[in-house]
Ligand binder design. Sequence first.
Ligand SMILES: [Zn+2]
Length: 645
Amino acid sequence: MQTESQIKKPDSRLKTAGMTEGIPAGMTEGIPAGMTEGELFIPFAFSGAERRVFARKEKLTPSEWAEQRRIVTMGAHRGPWRNSISPHLAHIMDTWALPHVREVIICKSPQTGGTESQFNCAAYAMERDPSVMLFVAPRETDARKTSSDRIIPMLNDSPRLRELLSPNPDDTASRRIKLNNGAIVYMAWSNSTSALASFPVKYIFFDEVDKYPPFIGKETDPITLGEKRARTFRYTHKIFKVSTPTREDGTIWKAYNKADVIYKYHVPCPKCGATQIMKFGQLKWPEAAAQEEIKREGAARYACEHCPAEWTDTDRDIAIHNGEWQTEKGRHIKRPRSVAYHLPSFISPDVSLSEIVSVYLQSKNDKAKLIDFYNDYLAEPFIEKISERKEDEILALRDIRPRGLVPKDICCLTAAVDTQARGFYYEVRAWGHGYDLESWQIREGFVENFTGLVKIIFDDMYKNADGAEHKISIALIDSGGGMGDFGVSRTAEVYDFCRRFPGIIPIKGQQRMSQPHKITQLDVYPGTNKYIPGGLSLYNLNVTYYKDYLASKLTIAPADPGAWHLHNSATSEYARQLTAEYKDERGLWQCPRNRANHFWDVSVYNLAAADILGVKYIKNPNIQEVKKNENISKEVEPKSKRSRW
Ligand SMILES: [Zn+2]
């Protein structure tokens, strides 16, 4: 029978290069009291764990190993490890074990299993390559918890790992765990130079790196200090960094972007089969529903990018089950040293689509909460969204034409009105013929009441330099605007106004529509059973479509076809309003608080008005005449843009 001292007796064959310094005194001085040196050379039996170290190892990857031997002791999925529960983790663990890979980086949302995959890799190494390994947590309490609540229970509860535990309780401390096959697990925390002291380590697991202090000791950061320990194992060490990101210049985001290879998870649509990376912008929910209701009812859906299917959580789970990692960067690198993975909450079956939407709705108007939402659910740093358009670039669209003067040879005039609780912003624009939709600002401003609008839209005449008069062909008016004076809904007032003046069309903006515009026939006033005599056609505008369209038109140089011209006295306040909105993470236009965007809105509505009128399809009769004349005489001067006014 073997004795305990024999089991504990060190064997030089067990040591790896890096372990020599790591083995504490007491294990190297192996002659038990009362024994002579000669007695030490009696044949002895290895323990089961020791035998396995020497035995030819079965060819198992960490994910296969985990499925056979890991028992999960905490969290929602206790019991034997199943790769099918988090199908995205197997590839990560198996990549970590590849001989040429020195570093694995996971930029993740909480609940996506990043830390569990670290434990699996560590346990795999504990059994199959007993060495010195180091876990680094942000704080001492985190380090102790990792050891006492995660690693020690993992060893105790998984039969094969339990055999590795030393019978000496001193070997299973919260800062250091010595296993009887020679493996040693050290715990360290990021704000302690001494805890990160310098002895060689083959495997390092950094958890929540973005919570580490930037510097400790003599201007060194905890990661660099930790990584120095792996230098002894130049060709065999492995570093595993996991964190939820914080800032763009945070540790994990920088490491992620610097990696040789970046993987993103692609999932196939359960309906059409087309693969895609899940994005927040594809999430849909009933716009009117409160966030509690969305979460309670599970009302959020994921819109496939390739077909009209809207996935439920079950569909999403099927999609991620059939998903696979594809290289986003470094596809050509055959033997990468560093490999990074992005794990947003979409790909975790533990996070429902409705939870993501619900948290977003709670956060969207509070910057601090929105930052957390980006970090925790999108696994991305928050990057302040600013408009891509600059005021000066808008002002550069001014020409020398005075306000009110219509260019020659135009197709038509349109007007657009943005309804406020009190008063209206308006703009009148002229349009060229044909597909380019070239446009000239004629007049813009604010009026207090409907009478003012009638004057601008119907009574005022708009002339060109030859004195030719133009009337406005169509006017669109926003039917939103909340409550007006005397508590009367602005919508009802706008409807009545449009009934009295049939050239004026009520509109309602929508962020998501499958077509640019759509007519809804209205029979009653909003929120009432009150009949609208004769009914009314309301135009629903896809404002995302028209805002995208306008943003691209604003980038056209003034001398080029399709340009968006301003008159010579357009102000910087006007330009500022045209730069107010930006596109958010869902691909939707947003206006920051305290920024006015009225003239941006009227520009959008005017563009929609020209589209509704079909200006694109109206040919310029004068150009045909010019062509005919050209056939007769070659001396016709080429048409100059500037000659138009
Ligand atoms: Zn699909």
